[in-house]
Write a protein that binds this ligand. Structure first.
Ligand code: TXA
Ligand code: MG
Length: 316
């Protein structure tokens, strides 16, 4: 069901200003990068980020990449290091994402990192994408702009075919050159690691670093694909579909009623998604069992319930 009519914006000063304005208002804007078209939301606005999942119909929360206009801008959100500086100098702007520890006061919604303490940052080279990031001068969370399970879009027409009526606007500037998602390098651990092969060859990165990139250990829950989310489970037991807390425990509510924290008093699923990781972290820091009210399993509720089931799953 169309939510609004999607504006097609030309990559002119007017179109870019309009796209930045929509992002500021918490709306979704698809924009070109040199790899694929991204589906962007202001990374500081949790409900805007939740709307990305709604528009894509994605049934689970993955960490998203924050797009910024420069290495200098990236350093507002992550803890920088020498390797990051080396790679940024060599390959930014370009199809390389760096995963680094979040820095204090970063202001990024926990829905962007899916509750992780690290953030993927990238400076795209596409002129229209660049101009948009400069006009906003803020971080834009963006996965590829396709419905979940469909092929990544490399033209505005692809985006329109998949998401027309579900997003506010598409900034149209022709076809993407690379056509393959960015290479992701993890720089938050002891050694630089290739987290996802992509548009920049690993060998090029290795040539600059003068060393091999570590490869992902499939048994390491911090780096294994698809398991990214299960590493953060609250220390305390979590019980789902509860109507009341356990004796001495905490209650995470959904809808009106008494609770310790509420995902959304008005039963708004976008608000609940935006609150999910922050609320879990806060309750977990109190070290008591957590009971969670039922969340309807439609729309964004599917991704919320997926995450809650992981949080409640038995630990090793
Ligand atoms: O080229 C691209 O990278 C495109 C354009 C739009 O920039 N974006 C893209 O986003 O491919 P997406 O959502 O399809 O892929 C993001 C992937 C996640 O699936 C995850 O594997 C990884 O980036 N990622 C993001 N943040 C991470 C983090 N903190 N730690 C580890 N991996 C992370
Ligand atoms: Mg994708």
């Amino acid at each position: 069901m169309p939510l609004h009519s999607t504006e097609i914006l030309a990559a002119t000063a007017t179109g870019i200003a309009r796209a930045a304005q929509l992002l500021r208002e918490g709306k979704l804007v698809s924009f070109p990068t040199e790899t694929v078209y991204g589906l962007g939301a202001d990374a500081r606005q949790g409900e805007a980020v939740a709307a990305i999942y709604e528009a894509k119909g994605r049934p689970s929360f993955n960490p998203l990449i924050a797009h910024v206009h420069s290495a200098e801008a990236a350093q507002r959100y992550v803890q920088w290091n020498e390797t990051a500086e080396q790679l940024a100098q060599a390959f930014w702007p370009g199809p390389l994402t760096l995963v680094l520890p979040l820095r204090a006061g970063h202001g990024i919604s926990p829905l962007v990192t899916a509750g992780l303490e690290t953030l993927g940052v990238r400076v795209p080279a596409h002129p229209a994408g660049q101009a948009l990031l400069q006009a906003l001068d803020g971080p834009v969370a963006a996965p590829s702009a396709n419905p979940s399970g469909k092929i990544s879009p490399t033209t505005a027409a692809h985006v329109q075919a998949g998401l027309d009526g579900r997003i506010a606007a598409i900034l149209d500037d022709g076809a993407c050159e690379v056509g393959l998602e960015s290479t992701i390098a993890g720089l938050a651990g002891p050694a630089p690691m290739l987290l996802r092969p992509g548009g920049l060859a690993a060998e090029e990165i290795e040539a600059v670093l003068g060393r091999k990139l570590a490869v992902r250990d499939v048994h390491d829950p911090l780096t294994a694909p698809g398991q990214l989310l299960s590493h953060y489970a609250p220390g305390a037991p979590v019980r789902l579909n509860a109507s009341a807390p356990d004796e001495g425990g905490l209650f995470l509510g959904f809808g009106p009623g008494v609770c310790d924290l509420n995902l959304s008093e008005s039963r708004d699923l976008a608000e609940a998604a935006a609150n999910l990781f922050g609320h879990l972290h806060r309750l977990d820091s109190l070290g008591k069992p957590i009971a969670v009210a039922p969340v309807p399993d439609h729309g964004l509720g599917e991704a919320i319930n997926d995450r809650l089931r992981r949080a409640a799953a038995p630990r090793d």
